[in-house]
Ligand binder design. Structure first.
Ligand code: DHB
Length: 390
């Protein structure tokens, strides 16, 4: 089989890339290790930056998001027994964020690909990526016990942190930068009306907590736990009690329909391209979930990468493809910085000295009392610009 762009991974990044290319008449085939139902069921963060909302709308994918998503004008921070609002809209020129789950975006995209007639090869294990330095790379994959080859002009690695694409980058040029945090998140999805209209980030001596939502009847809630903690250590009641204490606002309780632990990590692999292999999303970088940047960063990569492919096929220019890695990484590092900042600002690090605890309090005090700090927070929270070249 042959296609123009071979895409590894049917997460939001790979699915969106394929759709944007389709709109410009560029062919692609998606190879995915798991089944479609597995991809559609993965529970991930659900706060979309204004730029992500704009990109999805421009690609014709905004209808259900605009009907069912919940626009947020700001966020609340629970700190020292009080609730402190930060208006994103006021401090970032009217921009907003939208609560709409990654799971829903993936479902919308799979539906769109049925109309597009996209070839999505699921349950397929990529065994090798060859000739990324030539003009016709090949992807070797195994499906139902048989080996196959997909020939292409370019390979887009959108297969997440544990995928094969990053491993296909030549080790001689690859540099990984990694930071592991001494805490994780225990997250639940509950059939309960969210207590607050907007997200609440709580900094508490017992640890961080977060109240978010997926709809008007589904709450998404998290608490900071130790890395070696386990969901079985938390009864439903103990979890709700802990959320109430840390957030300082009694939550509406309801049936817990999903419970899981998320580790926290910051990671960047440089460069994000080599020859005709291009990485996007978690294949190239990971952020800790605080601030909900992972999905947004993946979509921003795809905005740049799709523009570069369009430039190649429609304007016969390789410039944007050559610049993709350096331009994407400039934005990636700024989002890494913001995710790290939100994480360290809001979590309780038991290794911290008294001096570091005082600095953390000063950081929070500054954020909540300075217009300049709130403006910077709002700009990052609603999303830094994605600088797509004309
Ligand atoms: C979610 C929301 C957030 O604001 C965040 O920082 C992380 C996760 C969520 O809804 O899953």
């Amino acid at each position: 089989m042959r296609t123009q762009v071979a895409i590894i991974g049917a997460g939001p990044a790979g699915l969106l890339l394929s759709h944007i290319l389709y709109l410009r008449g560029i062919s692609s085939v998606i190879i995915e290790a798991r089944s479609q139902s597995y991809c559609e069921a993965r529970i991930r963060a659900g706060i979309l930056e204004q730029g992500t909302v704009d990109i999805l709308r421009a690609a014709g994918l905004g209808a259900r998001m605009d009907r069912e998503g919940l626009p947020h004008h700001g966020i609340d921070i629970a700190f020292d027994g009080g609730i402190h609002p930060i208006s994103i809209e006021k401090y970032d020129g009217g921009r907003q964020v939208m609560a709409y789950g990654q799971t829903e975006i993936v479902k919308d995209l799979f539906r769109q690909h049925v109309d597009n007639g996209t070839v999505i090869i699921t349950d397929a294990e990529v065994t090798a990526i060859h000739d990324i330095d030539g003009i016709s790379p090949q992807i070797l994959y195994r499906r139902e016990g048989k080996d196959h080859t997909l020939n292409c002009d370019f390979v887009a690695g959108c297969d997440g942190f544990r995928g094969v694409s990053r491993k296909a980058m030549p080790t001689s040029i690859r540099n990984d930068f990694d930071l592991i945090y001494p805490y994780s998140w225990l997250g639940i999805l509950a059939k309960a009306t969210p207590m607050n209209k907007v997200v609440i980030y709580a900094q508490h001596p017992r640890g961080f907590a977060l109240q978010s939502m997926r709809s008007n009847d589904i709450s998404r809630l998290y608490i900071q736990v130790d890395n070696d903690d386990h969901v079985d250590n938390w009864s439903d009641e103990a979890l709700w009690d802990e959320l109430d204490v840390r957030i300082g606002v009694k939550q509406n309780r309801g049936e817990i329909i999903q419970k899981g632990i998320t580790p926290m990590r910051s990671f960047v692999s440089e460069p994000m391209s080599s020859g005709r292999l291009f990485l996007a999303g978690d294949a190239g970088h990971i952020v800790p979930p605080t601030g909900a940047k992972g999905l947004n960063l993946a979509i921003a990569d795809i905005a740049l990468l799709s523009a570069a492919f369009i430039d190649f096929y429609c304007a016969e220019s390789e410039v944007q493809l050559q610049e993709y890695s350096s331009r994407a990484l400039r934005r990636v590092w700024k989002v890494e910085r913001f995710s790290w900042f939100c994480t360290t600002l809001l979590h309780t690090d038991h290794r911290h000295s008294e001096f570091e605890k005082k600095l953390q309090r000063a950081d929070m005090d500054y954020l909540l009392s300075s217009d300049a700090a709130m403006k910077s927070f709002a700009e990052n929270y609603a999303g830094l610009p994605v600088e797509i070249l004309p």
